[in-house]
Design a protein around this ligand. Structure first.
Ligand SMILES: [Zn+2]
Length: 74
């Protein structure tokens, strides 16, 4: 069993595996994440992708290219 964490917002004790939040080590669930941040990370990522899919793809390609360079330089 994993240790109980305390939700930063509602102070509930919870197991992180059961949290639906993207920040599951901080919040007990999406609702607390959303209420505290004013948005949900998942929603933010999704709206970013909807707004400019090509930009996101470029970012991912940059990250992948960076990883490959790092691997090659080893
Ligand atoms: Zn909470």
């Amino acid at each position: 069993m994993s240790p109980l964490l305390e939700c930063q917002r509602c102070k509930t004790h919870y197991q992180w595996e059961r949290s639906q939040s993207a920040l599951r080590l901080t919040y007990c669930g999406v609702l607390c994440e959303q209420a505290d941040l004013g948005y949900s990370i998942e929603g933010l990522i999704r709206s970013e992708i909807r707004r400019s899919p090509s930009a996101v793809v470029l970012d991912v390609e940059k990250i992948v290219a960076g990883c490959q360079l790092e691997l090659l330089s080893r």
